[in-house]
Design a protein around this ligand. Structure first.
Ligand code: ATP
Length: 691
């Protein structure tokens, strides 16, 4: 079904884009000198400019055109304002083809028998680990503590036992005989000569259920020091002690108690951001709390709710930002989306499955693109496969939390009740205390099953299976003469273009699937002349440079899987400068850099796994964002639509689909846009849309 959105709001990042005086970048492709070309428009009936939306090819398209259709799938559509009630505008083309197939496992070191903990993306804290820890500590109004054995070390901090020099009573609290002291070097990335970020979070969360108490904090010598309740082993330690596995019964107790801890943390407006076995600690061995669960390490916590307005933070995606631990991170975290409550729950699901099975399907990847490969595998692994040998509630939990919306409020009681059947009714026999979970929906010491019978089944977003599709983007525009050709073989391309040109049409959009071409030609492009090249080289540099010299600018590109490409360049575009990049992965960093120089993405394509992105100055956009995903990013697109963005380019490899959404500089007259996903070129929809 098409998805419709309208309405526009102003962009927040307006004004971010400052073109510098010297934009030519040698590292990329040549950028022609700035030229202030007059904007010429071709007259005629259609004066709307066709939105240029590129396509993404697919390495294998199961819906191959039939022999009869191949090369003959030509449809001519002349849009006559007198006859047409519907205003279809340019139907640009796109295919997205996330085919999740085998992932080559490059190495299998991650799960060495000793049980190595998961890698966390943090800086290397050289100085912090070489500077000697003081022998005695006294910060704030704290008693004096003598430093004893090391309890643990993370990416930022080192944690030691501190024993009171004199006095003290009990095992926890401000007077405890022994405390845990977390040292962070003042040069550490999390400090940068000011108190660690984690301190701010503790200020808001101290006393929160399931979070260890911080009693004192202060600076001594080169270290920022937190004095907190000493806890016992982590779930990682317990898992190792139990022979690198854990009973589903114990994991279920952990599940319900962890959900209740996250609920309390979320209620305070925070998400943890790094849920994993290493960050869940039990109380001290031999103490009354030895079966009680705690969540530590608030260094990556962030607010999901604005402290002042109380509103949910805005959705955003920065594909170059990753925070967390690769093994347990949510797919949204991998993709650089702003953290929200669903992410903690997704990481908890991976934590639980890891504890039971002792392994997650994405362990073992190494190298620079480890995070990409892990994310791809997370998307491609079905809940059935991931939870085989786990009791059904774990799969159910995984399914619920991986299908949550960005700002959805988790139904914690319901999530807890999923595990009810696995919880030992006798309190004394439970391996983990579940006091918090019982309070969430208590009924005589049992977890209440709170399933609403009439609730609609939720649409599953993450299917874990391949999807091959055309994604077409339609803009509602004034009527204009337009025609499309699809399944066009190389040899037939010229005749269609020549015929179109004869009739006063120019190419506004090109795409490719199964090494055949699709093109939209229309009368409303505003171009004054056009050249194109079908080359066996992907984005043929010499030809493009030659045309740039003649003041043609790229307005549309398409790449075929076999490496050939179709580049269309025109005069009469609004562009004053252009640059393009070919890369093996989606070049977000480059795009981000060019945004700051005043360029915007104006066309995009792929060829196999290679991306080709064209950015232009004076593209008529005030702001631009990227939505990058392994599947069609429905939620992200809807959110951007609601904020006034419209899709202006798209492309996809066999793995990923990228959408560029922009806010036009000129006020939009509530331009409606819809996307359509079909398994083959949507010729029927196009016809229905215009008749
Ligand atoms: N209160 C505590 N009681 C006992 N041990 C603790 C306590 N806090 C932390 N630890 C131990 O110290 C280790 C490091 O602590 P923490 O995770 O807070 O540091 P970090 O540098 O922020 O770690 P990360 O790299 O995960 O961010 C923990 O894994 C745990 O083993």
């Amino acid at each position: 079904m098409p998805e419709l959105r309208s309405g526009a709001r102003r962009s927040k990042r307006l004004g971010d884009l400052q073109p510098p005086s010297q934009p030519v970048d040698q590292a990329e492709n040549w950028v022609p000198p700035v030229q202030n070309q007059p904007r010429r428009r071709v007259g005629g009936r259609g004066r709307g400019r066709a939105a240029a939306v590129a396509k993404g090819p697919s390495p294998e398209v199961p819906n191959r055109p039939t022999a009869a259709g191949r090369g003959r799938g030509v449809r001519l559509i002349d849009l006559d304002p007198e006859r047409c009630q519907v205003l279809p505008g340019a139907p640009p083309l796109a295919t997205a083809h996330p085919a999740f197939n085998q992932v080559e496992v490059l190495a299998n070191k991650d799960i060495a028998m000793g049980g190595r903990s998961a890698d966390k993306i943090v800086g290397v804290e050289e100085e912090a680990s070489t500077t000697p820890i003081p022998e005695k500590v006294q910060v704030g109004n704290s008693p004096v503590y003598r430093i004893e054995r090391k309890l643990g070390k993370g990416g930022f901090g080192q944690v030691y036992v501190g024993r009171r020099e004199s006095g003290g009573s009990g095992r926890i609290g401000p007077d405890a005989v022994e405390v845990a002291l977390k040292f962070e070097h003042r040069n550490s990335k999390s400090c940068n000569y000011s108190p660690p970020y984690e301190w701010q979070v503790y200020n808001s969360l101290n006393g929160c259920y399931g979070i260890p108490w911080v009693h004192y904090k202060g600076c001594q010598g080169d270290f920022y020091i937190l004095v907190m309740d000493m806890l016992g082993p982590s779930l990682w330690d317990v898992w190792n002690t139990l022979g690198q596995s854990m009973s589903p019964n114990m994991a279920a107790c952990i599940a319900v108690e962890a959900i209740s801890i996250l609920e309390k943390l979320h209620l305070k407006g925070f998400v943890h951001g790094d849920v994993k076995p290493e960050n869940f600690l039990l109380g001290q061995r031999g103490s009354a709390d030895e079966k009680k669960l705690y969540l530590i390490d608030l260094g990556l916590a962030s607010r999901w709710k604005d402290a002042h307005s109380g509103q949910h933070v805005d959705y955003d995606q920065r594909p170059d930002v990753f925070r967390g631990t690769v093994r347990y991170a949510s797919v949204h975290a991998h993709l650089g989306r702003i953290g929200s409550r669903r992410d903690d729950l997704e990481s908890l699901a991976y934590t639980l499955i890891f504890l039971i099975k002792g392994r997650l399907p994405w362990q073992g990847y190494q190298g620079d693109n480890k995070s990409f490969l892990v994310c791809k595998k997370k998307m491609a692994t079905s809940p059935e496969l991931m939870c085989c040998f786990c009791p059904a509630p774990f799969k159910q939990f995984l399914e619920v939390v991986t299908n949550m919306k960005f700002d959805e409020e988790p139904n914690y009681a319901k999530l807890i009740s999923i595990f009810e059947s696995l919880i030992e009714p006798c309190t004394a026999l439970r391996p983990i205390r579940i006091d918090g979970a019982l309070k969430v929906g208590q009924k005589r010491g049992r977890l209440v099953i709170n399933l609403e019978e009439d609730e609609q089944p939720k649409k599953k977003v993450r299917l874990g299976s391949p999807a091959t599709q055309w994604i077409s983007i339609y803009n509602a525009r004034r009527p204009m003469k337009q025609r499309y050709h699809y399944n066009v073989a190389d040899s037939r391309l010229h005749q269609h273009v020549d015929k179109g040109n004869e009739d006063g049409l120019f190419i506004s959009c090109v795409a490719s699937a199964a090494n055949l071409w699709a093109l939209i030609m229309d009368a409303g492009t505003g171009f004054s002349s056009q050249v194109y090249e079908l080359s066996t080289v992907f984005l043929h540099k010499d030809w493009i440079m030659e045309q740039w010299e003649k003041n043609y600018y790229i307005n549309s590109i398409a790449g075929a899987n076999i490496g050939s490409s179709l580049v269309v360049m025109s005069k009469g575009t609004p562009y004053t400068q252009q640059s393009y990049k070919v890369s093996e992965s989606f070049p977000f960093k480059w795009i981000n850099k060019k945004w700051k120089e005043g360029f915007h993405v104006t066309s995009m394509t792929t060829s196999g796994s290679r991306w080709g992105v064209v950015m232009s100055r004076n593209a008529g956009f005030s702001d631009q964002v990227v939505e990058l995903d392994f599947l069609y990013p429905s939620e992200g697109i809807h959110r951007r639509w609601e904020s006034g963005y419209r899709i202006t380019s798209m492309a996809a490899t066999g793995d990923q689909a990228a959408f560029i959404l922009s806010i036009p500089k000129r006020k939009m007259t509530d331009e409606t846009q819809e996307t359509l996903r079909t398994s083959a070129f949507p010729s029927t929809h196009v016809k229905v849309g215009i008749s």
